[in-house]
Design a protein around this ligand. Structure first.
Ligand code: SF4
Length: 352
């Protein structure tokens, strides 16, 4: 199969490849990655700031309707300490992630933390936010307070599938989510999105459309990985319809490889969900297309509270132990850890 021109039909065909042909897809994607962005891997230190969320996505373990979750919000000092640690260890960047809230107390607090992080790290640490849909005013406030990048996963680009994954109300509108992606571009963030792979009701055509949607949105960063079910969510009732975990992992690998071919110079994460389904998931993703890893810097005592899905790895592991394992994984994948660099998406830089 010729991978140089990927039409929708060809993407669907590639998502079904096996054996030697599948290996040729991976080899091709690996070459495209090396030519476009080289073999550097960038760290984004992840801080799961709060699991309080106003929303009720059907797939998510910390949805508001799950009453069995101990809700937490990190203290300011804990956030600043984690930022200092990332800076000291030579990470170029930090991801501050949270459940979605848009009240003024929350939005002002995030602006305050962004300013404090900037002070504490002499402006040397870039910050990515992942805090859901917000108003243009809030996006601007956070951008002016020091955020550089923003991750907002579309999760599923087919509006009909999106509706099956979310309650049918204004808070969970597909249109509002796509508009939020446009607003992020307008307010000059480096923009990231992503999807879940192997969802119930999802077809290969949906996945091909997901890749074409990501390309059309012309994003700078992508984080996508397998859907992993969580017992305390409405979507769990459809678990019998899921592909096996091995198949969801393989499908995610194909998606990463295909997207690298379609968008050679973006930043793409080897997601924790890939590692959850395969012990060497992150190494494998790095080899065939990914170039970003997000080590978890959330203080250990909170990590149990941020289980978006089940069996999330490393929730009991000290940061230094995780970092050493990661460093080894990166070497095994034939990649080099880039410390002391922001690692902006080349796609963003070249947009000008
Ligand atoms: S996916 Fe995000 S917005 Fe949806 S319920 Fe979970 S934390 Fe809230």
């Amino acid at each position: 199969m010729d991978f140089s021109e990927l039409s929708k039909d060809k993407i669907i065909e590639a998502l079904s490849l096996e054996g030697e042909e599948l290996q040729s897809l991976y080899d091709y994607a690996s070459k495209v990655k090396l030519a476009a962005v080289g073999n550097k891997v960038y760290y984004r230190g992840l801080i799961e700031y709060s699991n309080r969320c106003a929303k009720n996505c059907f797939y998510c373990g910390v949805r508001q309707g799950n009453k069995n979750v101990d809700r937490y919000t990190l203290q300011d000092v804990e956030v600043i300490e984690a930022a200092r640690l990332a800076h000291k260890k030579g990470f170029g960047s930090l991801v501050l992630q949270s459940g979605e809230r848009s009240d003024t107390v929350f939005t002002e607090k995030i602006a305050f933390l962004l300013r404090e992080i900037r002070k504490a790290t002499k402006g040397e640490l870039h910050v990515t936010l992942s805090m859901g849909e917000q108003s243009e005013q809030t996006y601007r406030l956070w951008r002016e307070s020091g955020a550089h990048r923003y991750l907002l996963r579309i999760e599923a680009s087919n509006p009909a599938l999106y509706k099956r994954l979310h309650p049918n109300n204004a808070l969970h509108s597909f249109e509002k989510r796509t508009e939020a992606l446009e607003l992020l571009r307008k307010t000059s963030y480096q923009v990231g999105t992503g999807v879940m792979i192997g969802l119930p009701f999802q077809t290969l055509e949906d996945l091909a459309d997901d890749l074409l949607f990501i390309k059309k949105m012309d994003v700078d960063m992508v984080g996508m990985g397998p859907y992993i079910e969580h017992e305390a969510t409405p979507l769990f009732q459809f678990r019998d319809q899921l592909l096996s975990k091995e198949m969801r992992f393989e499908l995610s690998m194909k998606m990463v490889a295909l997207l690298r071919i379609m968008m050679p110079d973006i930043n793409m994460a080897a997601t924790t969900a890939m590692q959850t389904l395969h012990p060497e998931g992150r190494e494998k993703a790095l080899k065939i297309g990914a170039n970003v890893i997000m080590p978890n810097l959330t203080p250990l005592k909170y990590r149990e509270g941020y289980l978006l899905y089940e069996n999330k790895p490393n929730i009991h592991e000290e940061t230094d132990v995780s970092l050493e394992k990661l460093r080894q994984s990166i070497g095994k994948a034939g990649c080099v850890l880039a410390l002391g660099e922001w690692g902006d998406s080349k796609h963003f830089r070249e947009r000008g």
